[in-house]
Design a protein around this ligand. Structure first.
Ligand SMILES: Nc1ccn([C@@H]2O[C@H](COP(=O)(O)OP(=O)(O)OC[C@H](O)CO)[C@@H](O)[C@H]2O)c(=O)n1
Length: 318
């Protein structure tokens, strides 16, 4: 039997709750279980609450409620139910913001909501107070970095803001389709409107955080909604400038794992620098009799993922 882990935490992605009948993805072939997703979240919370050793925190990897809510004027109620379910746990929850958060809320609203887990005062993140990127140390020699993969995006930003203009310019340069959500025929198919990227300011901040972690012999776990490695995703579900984020990570020794959501099928790879990239299967496309969440145990030399339902067990050596 393994020694006692240094830290244990829950992971879950793409809950996309809406109080709506089942539907399908854009292609029409994959079922989406909007209403059931809340029950699956509640089951996950019950399982985490019963964990022994107990979990220390939860990572919610984005798309907590579905964009459907905005069209039905039910966003606030849906978010309340998701946060109530997570709030039954006596531990902090770190939230990434995904495209479906922005279909429902502006950045300004998110920053005032229960999905804003960035510590008050903003000292732990980049200068932009509306950016949901921050770092914290949940245990000695362990650091969590939350990245905001929609910092550059046409979603959530005020259309009159310079950041929106910069994002739209970049998206139009890379995506020549009339429908900016369509990746058809693109050389870099991740450049679609339902993805986003990292501003240079966020990348600079990320680099500084990792420099500190290197100097202090910390292990770093990175989380964000969008995958940043093509081998842990498909060619579409990636951050626009994923290579820039990878290059920051690879210029340091400290990052052991990158956790993401967005691609509902999930994915995994161990990259050329020994970093594990784990993309979690999405709750929204998980049949009601199954589930999609996990518990990760952190040891000196590895992380062990105990997966439930569609998520497989995995050992990730450092
Ligand atoms: N080819 C496409 C794909 C999507 N859209 C529209 O974009 C919006 C977001 O799509 P959706 O599938 O809901 O996004 P998810 O974050 O749930 O999923 C991402 C991956 O696809 C899952 O593996 C929505 O309005 C779609 O209609 C589009 O226009 N064209």
């Amino acid at each position: 039997m393994e020694a006692v882990p240094r830290v244990a935490f829950g992971v879950i992605a793409d809950i996309q709750f809406a109080d709506a009948d089942d539907g399908h993805d854009f292609g029409g072939s994959r079922r989406r279980y909007y209403r059931h997703s809340l029950r699956l979240l509640r089951d996950a919370v019950r399982a985490w609450a019963a964990e022994s050793p107990p979990i220390d925190f939860v990572l919610q990897l984005g798309d907590s409620i579905d964009g459907l809510n905005a069209r039905r004027d039910e966003a606030e109620g849906a978010l309340r139910q998701v946060l109530e379910a997570l709030g039954r746990l006596p531990v902090p929850v770190h939230h990434a913001w995904g495209n479906h958060e922005f279909y429902n809320f502006s950045r300004a609203r998110l920053a005032q909501s229960g999905l804003c887990s960035r510590p008050a005062g903003g000292a732990a993140g980049p200068p932009d107070g509306l950016c949901q990127a921050y770092h914290c140390s949940p245990a000695a020699r362990l650091r969590l970095v939350v990245l905001d993969a929609y910092d550059l995006s046409v979603l959530g930003r005020d259309p009159d803001s310079p950041r929106y203009e910069e994002s739209l310019r970049l998206l139009r340069e890379k995506n020549t389709n009339e429908d900016l959500n369509s990746p058809a025929g693109l050389k870099e198919p991740q450049f679609v409107a339902f993805n986003g990227g990292f501003s240079q300011a966020q990348l600079n901040w990320f680099d500084e955080v990792l420099k500190f972690s290197d100097e202090n012999q910390e292990k770093v776990v990175v989380m964000g909604h969008l995958p940043i490695h093509p081998d842990a995703s498909d060619r579409v579900c990636l951050a626009w400038n994923y290579e820039a984020a990878l290059s920051v990570i690879h210029s340091h020794r400290c990052v052991v794992c990158v956790l993401a959501g967005h691609l509902h099928d999930g994915g995994y790879c161990l990259d050329s620098h020994g970093v594990h990239h784990l993309t979690l299967e999405g709750v929204i496309e998980t049949p009601p009799e199954s589930n999609a969440f996990g518990t990760i145990y952190v040891y000196e030399d590895k992380m062990i993922l105990k997966g439930r339902g569609r998520i497989a067990d995995r050992v990730m050596q450092f």
